[in-house]
Ligand binder design. Structure first.
Ligand code: AHR
Length: 490
């Protein structure tokens, strides 16, 4: 079986916003405690930040990190996490004991060491406009007021200058502390945004969209929220998690197509409200939670006791999960004109590319690799790629995109979604003259369930084994079944 496509710099989708390669740190399970933060760990710095994790975060190529939740934020008092007094609280969202040893100050130090931009969420579940304004004043006001001086007294004289703010989290979900109707939330988001911009006009604000395309209110929720808050916000959020259900791997491999349909429906809804309100501005998308998550396993085994840093949502990813994550990255890149920010949820231990052992080592899960490669080679202009391929189930076997970097390097990201058949790819590259192949790396394995472990941390990784050749203005490549391929030309 073979597939064809044409790469031509004359046909483009848009420029990649580097914030497409974001991630997410929530106070959940072991993401913060024994994940990014573990005083006493052999690699911990003077703030208790694990240096081994910081190194992997930099290697992953993460650009922006959302914090502190997630469901957690909807019951969070930010004041608990700053200053010398750190009260121990219940976190109802994850049935956990929260010691508050890590808070905004520690997170900001961590972001600088990790080289990432912060994206902060405010609590619009149990709290409202005033607390969001207080947090913003504490974080961003230069000085001379009670809250800005409080920050200075906590050791941060310079304002944090946090630009990206999420107005709550998943407020459409009945599981959310302080869950609201679309009208209630839309009004609250608009009023919170208005007040926050009075304090600091230079903000980028994200309103909550639906918690997923499968929510009963999806579409209607976005439309109502935007009718209330269109002029006050810049982005609407999308969240999506994928997992194989009932052993159906073919449908699981088609997750990227589902993600693209979700993105296109969200864009249509934003633009419908734009037309209705007669506005010029367009709302962009912040896909600020996405990943493979074996959610049904978690739902079958919820926490039963109040514990500190329990092992929650610790998915151990295999080869197929990495191929699907690659396809989800392709889906995001193919919509780079409207999806400006995206966060792989989450970063450490909790449905994460990086795993740690308390007091022990840190290593890369299988899904680490497609993300790191996409972040590294997926910066520049996305080309419009329209593959022609046989079907694998309900979707074309080939899922692909291409990014032209400023230095002229062209990278083709391609997933073969067939579980059984290799794909022979013929890509016309004549418009680039006679480029040469720099690399064809492949992540695939006869054992789709192979995983990385503490003892064998590099069992699954991309290998430069791809068989590509160029002749007569055409790139010829073999894409193994269920594989993630990165082909770089110059
Ligand atoms: O990322 C895990 C959880 O998934 C987040 O807390 C929540 O926002 C979503 O439902």
């Amino acid at each position: 079986t073979h597939a064809t496509l044409t790469l031509d710099p004359a046909f483009t989708i848009g420029t990649v916003d580097p914030r497409l390669f974001g991630s997410f740190v929530e106070h959940l399970g072991r993401c913060v405690y024994t994940g990014v933060y573990e005083p006493g760990h052999p690699t911990a710095d003077e703030h208790g930040l694990r240096r081994d994790v910081l190194e992997l975060v930099r290697e992953l190529g993460v650009t922006v990190v959302r914090y502190p939740g997630g469901n957690f934020v909807s019951g969070y008092r930010w004041e608990d996490g700053v200053g010398p007094e750190r009260p121990v609280r219940l976190d109802p969202a994850w049935k956990s004991i929260e010691p508050n040893a890590f808070g905004l100050g520690e997170f900001m130090i961590w972001t600088r060491r990790a080289g990432v931009q912060p994206m902060l969420a405010v609590n619009l579940g149990t709290r409202g406009v005033q607390e969001a304004c207080d947090l913003l004043e504490y974080a961003n006001h230069p000085g001379g007021t009670a809250l800005s001086e409080l920050r200075a007294s906590h050791g941060a004289r310079e304002p944090y200058g946090i630009r990206i703010w999420c107005l709550g989290n998943e407020m459409d979900g009945p599981w959310q502390t302080g869950h609201k109707t679309a009208h209630e939330y839309g009004r609250l988001a608009a009023e919170t945004a208005r007040a926050m911009r009075m304090i600091d006009p230079d903000l980028e604000l994200v309103a909550c969209g639906s918690s997923g395309a499968g929510m009963p209110t999806f579409g209607a929720w976005e439309a109502t929220v935007l009718e209330e808050a269109y002029d006050q916000v810049d982005y609407i959020s999308l969240h999506a998690y994928y997992e194989p259900l009932n052993g159906d791997l073919e449908t699981f491999l088609a997750s990227g197509a589902m993600m693209e349909a979700y993105i296109e429906d969200a864009i249509a809804t934003c633009d419908h409200v734009r037309a209705k309100l007669k506005r010029d501005k367009r709302i962009h998308l912040s896909f600020d939670e996405w990943n493979v998550w074996y959610m049904s396993r978690h739902q079958a085994d919820p926490p039963t006791e109040w514990r500190h840093a329990p092992r929650l949502l610790e998915d151990h990813y295999n080869v197929l999960d990495a191929v699907v994550v690659g396809s989800l990255l392709i889906a995001l890149l193919r919509h780079a004109d409207r999806v400006k920010m995206a966060c792989l949820a989450q970063l450490v231990n909790v449905i994460a590319p990086i795993v740690t052992e308390p007091g022990g080592r840190a290593w890369r899960q299988t899904i680490f690799h497609p993300f790191a490669q996409a972040s590294r080679y997926g910066r520049g202009t996305v080309l419009r790629v329209e593959p022609n391929a046989p079907y694998a189930g309900d979707v074309p076997a080939l899922h692909a995109t291409a990014v032209l970097a400023e230095d002229g390097t062209l990278t083709l990201f391609a997933v073969n979604r067939s579980l059984t058949d290799a794909l022979e790819l013929h890509a016309t590259v004549r418009a680039f003259g006679e480029p040469r192949i720099l690399e064809h790396s492949v992540l695939s394995d006869p054992d789709l369930e192979a995983r990385n472990t503490a003892d064998d941390p590099d069992r699954v990784r991309p290998r430069p084994v791809g068989t590509s050749a160029i002749g007569d203005g055409t790139l010829h490549a073999m894409l193994p079944p269920a594989s993630w391929n990165v082909i770089r030309l110059a």
